[in-house]
Design a binder for this molecule. Structure first.
Ligand code: BT5
Length: 331
């Protein structure tokens, strides 16, 4: 059920139309005093509401700060982000989403923070998440999948981010297996998937998405500056956090629904068109050997397929890849 606040925002945001206090009260089925109180709250969130005598009210400026309301406003999704929790500061949005999952929150619940103090990557590596400079977000999913299929969701999330970057800019994103987003060979985004499963069924999946939006090159920590960047540093344009979150949620929902209807092949095809060095030669080191390979694509279990010089295909689950001259690791 949509909140009164959201319905109020939608009513106040109808192009050039003004709406009177009485009409608002009728539509929302609340008193005029209650309408007025909600409007004061909107102003606190950074909305500017214009009041014109005998015409009524309308929104003339939306806030540039991110909040539950500003994300909800204009978000036309059917299941993702309806339950949305925004925090100014958290240790990690992943921790929060795990708590919410254990409280029984539904599929599609989203947690967003302006800043993470202990943002984490895979294998407990730190993830730099400075205040107001990027998207630090976790999505709770309750897919009807077996645990071995969980990597498909991570690969799906990477295709969503690549699609959003492509649709919002001239940038050309690549997905470095399994799920880093690179632009000009530098990482702008990472995905962390954590899962709770019992027997043969996933209980829930927590997808953590970190995207560097507006850091200047100097704001990227020195130790990773050679291999990390932000969308602003690459596109020379400022990115709006709220509208980018909305785009990701919309694109996530439609991609997920399509994947649920068509199966993994749908994700695989998109992933491979964005796949970093797919069809190109790299050097692979596994426990057993180091060899030259051409990367071919991905498998339903998340593995990377590589072909050696004799045409023999091998599935890789974790491997050290040297991406070659000018590549990610040559920076
Ligand atoms: C990842 O791990 O790339 C997954 C990052 C997921 C972050 C999101 S933010 C919302 C949610 N809440 C969390 O606490 N986490 C998720 P991995 O592939 O292990 O990469 C980590 C490595 O990337 C680090 O060891 C650094 O080298 C580098 N790194 C750290 N911060 C970075 C940043 N902001 N941009 C680019 N690279 C970074």
């Amino acid at each position: 059920m949509e909140s009164t606040r959201n319905r109020l925002i939608k009513l106040l945001n109808q192009e050039d139309n003004y709406i009177s206090g009485q009409q608002l009260s009728d539509h929302l089925n609340i008193s005029r005093t209650a309408v007025w109180k909600h409007m004061k709250e909107l102003e606190k969130d950074g909305y500017e509401v214009e009041a014109v005598q005998r015409k009524g009210y309308r929104i003339i400026a939306s806030p540039d700060k991110t909040s539950e309301n500003t994300i909800h406003w204009g978000l036309s999704t059917s299941w993702i982000g309806h339950q949305l929790h925004h925090y100014e500061e958290v240790d990690s949005t992943q921790d929060i989403v795990h708590q919410l999952a254990k409280q029984g929150k539904p599929h599609g619940t989203v947690v967003v923070a302006d800043e993470q103090i202990k943002g984490k990557g895979r294998m407990s590596r730190p993830w730099h998440s400075p205040k107001g400079k990027g998207i630090w977000m976790s999505i709770l999913l309750r897919p009807e999948l077996s645990p071995v299929q969980a990597p498909q969701i991570t690969l799906l999330a990477a295709t969503v981010l690549a699609k959003v970057i492509t649709s919002q800019s001239q940038l050309i994103p690549f997905i470095k297996w399994p799920n880093d987003i690179l632009i000009n060979h530098k990482k702008v985004s990472g995905i962390l998937t954590e899962m709770q499963a019992e027997h043969d069924q996933i209980q829930y999946v927590a997808i953590g998405i970190g995207i560097n939006l507006n850091q200047s090159a100097e704001e990227i920590p020195v130790d990773i500056r050679h291999k990390a960047s932000s969308l602003r540093a690459e596109s020379k344009e400022e990115w709006n956090i709220t509208s980018t979150i909305q785009e990701i949620l919309k694109q996530f929902e439609s991609t997920y629904d399509q994947y649920a209807a068509e199966g993994f092949n749908y994700v695989k095809e998109i992933w491979e068109t964005y796949g970093y060095k797919i069809g190109e030669k790299v050097t692979i080191s596994t426990m057993r050997r180091t060899w030259e390979a051409t990367l071919v694509g991905i498998e339903p279990d998340g593995a990377l397929i590589a072909r050696d010089s004799e045409g023999k295909r091998e599935k890789l689950y974790s491997a050290e890849i040297q991406w070659g001259e000018g590549g990610y690791d040559a920076k």
